[in-house]
Design a protein around this ligand. Structure first.
Ligand code: COA
Length: 258
């Protein structure tokens, strides 16, 4: 059904693999459209509680936008492309948690895609950066905004102005990734984390993600009010009753998503 991506379901976790290893999984228009279509499909799939995004092959997560599509493209055409497949915002606004499994080069639009995810786990051999400046352009998929919010203005400026590519360990030190693991442990660690999150109430997960995202979108007062609203909304769910009862009865909760 998809040509550039592979969608697998592993229990409650969906794994989306960008599958253009010959081009280091660079994001061409067709791939971006397929990513958006996959997220549309997964949105209404109640079985899926967490999504993992990764790259095919040993070498790359995603080496950026497909540079071959930039040649000869006009400003107007580029604007239309960026408006039509807003893959980064689709991931950020997705109601379920999304984990980036960074298995190699994570550059430009690939880094921006990872920034749109909720948690980033990198292989120790991954390399990250925003090298757009070397092409005479700037990050256009949220890099100047999301990277700055995540690592602070100084580090974001350094990465974006120099275009330098950093190691996974350096990315961990500045808070760009949550964890670094050995390549052979990456799959197990990401699935362990995804399954751990997938056990929670999907209603609470959605509220938690929306509330945390509000921190970057609203001022403190508005954010705190939104948090109270979302907290109270959880009280409308059966999952809240189940979670509280399970604690009181000293047993593991079984969340149904109702
Ligand atoms: N867009 C299109 N094609 C890309 C690509 C991209 N962003 N990144 C890699 N590729 C292609 C290469 O053109 C090459 O294709 P070919 O075999 O048909 O020539 C293939 O993927 C393998 O890449 P190659 O450059 O040979 O691998 P390498 O190990 O020598 O270098 C990188 C790896 C990541 C350092 C290098 O590919 C690179 O700099 N890529 C561009 C990164 C970038 O600037 N991203 C931001 C874009 S806005």
């Amino acid at each position: 059904m998809y040509e550039n991506v592979i969608l697998e379901r592993r229990g409650r976790v969906a794994v989306l693999t960008i599958n253009r290893p010959d081009k280091l999984n660079a994001l061409n228009i067709a791939t971006r459209n397929e990513i958006v279509a996959v997220f549309d499909e997964l949105r209404s799939d109640a079985e899926v509680r967490v999504v993992v995004i990764t790259g095919s092959g040993e070498k790359a997560f995603i080496a950026g936008a497909d540079i071959s599509e930039f040649a000869g493209r006009t400003a107007h055409q580029q604007r239309e492309v960026m408006r039509s497949s807003r893959v980064f915002s689709v991931i950020e606004d997705f109601p379920k948690p999304v984990i980036a499994r960074i298995n190699g080069f994570c550059l430009g639009g690939g880094c921006e895609l990872a920034l749109g995810c909720d948690i980033r786990i990198a292989s120790s051999n991954a390399k990250l950066g925003q090298p757009e400046i070397n092409l005479g352009i700037i990050p256009g998929g949220g890099g100047t905004q999301r990277l700055t919010r995540l690592v602070g203005e100084g580090k974001a400026m350094e990465l974006i102005l120099t275009g330098k590519i950093i190691t996974a360990q350096d990315a961990l030190e500045i808070g760009l990734v949550n964890e670094v693991v050995a390549p052979e442990e990456l799959d197990a660690r990401v699935m362990e984390l995804a399954n751990q999150i997938a056990e929670k109430s999907p209603i609470a997960l959605q509220a938690a993600k929306e509330s945390v995202k509000t921190a970057a979108r609203a001022n403190l007062r508005e954010g705190l009010e939104r948090e109270v609203d979302l907290f109270a909304l959880c009280f409308a769910s059966e999952d809240k009753e189940e979670g509280v009862r399970a604690f009181l009865e000293k047993r593991k909760p079984e969340f149904t998503g109702r």
